[in-house]
Write a protein that binds this ligand. Structure first.
Ligand SMILES: [Zn+2]
Length: 233
């Protein structure tokens, strides 16, 4: 019973850390574009996988309605799920302290479509609320390192303007999709909890053997040989 109680406390602490760490770390949002007319999480994953990365270099992808993903939908990469850092820029500080959101499309060549502006604003607003990020801290990839990303048609003033648009302009179904997507960090505590569980089992096993050895040292000579019943190997 004692063991179960200790493990539950460990698990609660692990869940709390997994919840707290990304909130303490992400202080800004960095906007990118894919510089391609059609892309999705799956196609970016293939391209970034070829660089040897375990998943996309960004945290999140905002779809433009191409590549089979509805316009304005948010797709969530593994780096977001695990509260991990991005590898999307050459600036390590930007990579570690910001959430990186990429917009599918090439905004060097064409303006950001009007029908996607409320979706971008909603995604940014939801992220700011969820991670306690100041909406003034929305940056572009080119603020972090030498690049044209996310294209000359997207600048910080335009993003701030879109952020002021009426939240009611976002269809309810789309806002719900963003909420659902951004909630997917909840899986993170599970593996942490399980690894803590493994550690706990190991410590318990050591303590159990030590107690058993002390007891048998007092009562009778220590049995040598193979594992005894009840021991965890
Ligand atoms: Zn970029």
């Amino acid at each position: 019973m004692n063991f179960l109680r200790t493990w539950l406390i460990f698990l609660l602490i692990a869940c709390f850390c997994a919840w707290l760490l990304p909130r303490a770390r992400y202080r800004s949002i960095v906007i990118h574009h894919t510089a391609s007319p059609s892309d999705s999480l799956a196609s970016i994953r293939r391209a970034h996988g070829a660089r040897g990365w375990y998943d996309i270099g960004y945290h999140l992808v905002l779809a433009n309605g191409q590549a089979g993903v509805p316009a304005g939908h948010l797709e969530v990469g593994a780096r977001y799920r695990w509260g991990g850092y991005s590898v999307a820029t050459r600036n390590k500080w930007c990579n570690v302290t910001a959430l990186h959101l990429t917009l599918v499309g090439n905004y060097e060549n064409a303006p950001f479509p009007q029908h996607l502006q409320p979706a971008l604003a909603n995604a940014v607003r939801t992220l700011c609320r969820r991670y306690g990020i100041d909406p003034a801290n929305i940056h572009l990839h080119r603020d972090c390192s030498a690049t044209a990303c996310p294209g000359r048609h997207i600048d910080r003033d335009a993003i701030q303007r879109w952020l002021k648009t009426d939240p009611e302009a976002v269809p309810q179904a789309l806002a719900a999709q963003h909420e659902r997507a951004l909630r997917q960090t909840l899986v993170a505590p599970l593996p942490i909890g399980l690894s803590v569980f493994g550690l706990e089992i190991a410590l318990w096993s050591i303590a159990h053997r030590w107690r058993k050895r002390r007891r048998s040292g007092r009562d009778e000579p220590v049995q040598s040989g193979g594992p005894q019943r009840g021991d965890i190997e």
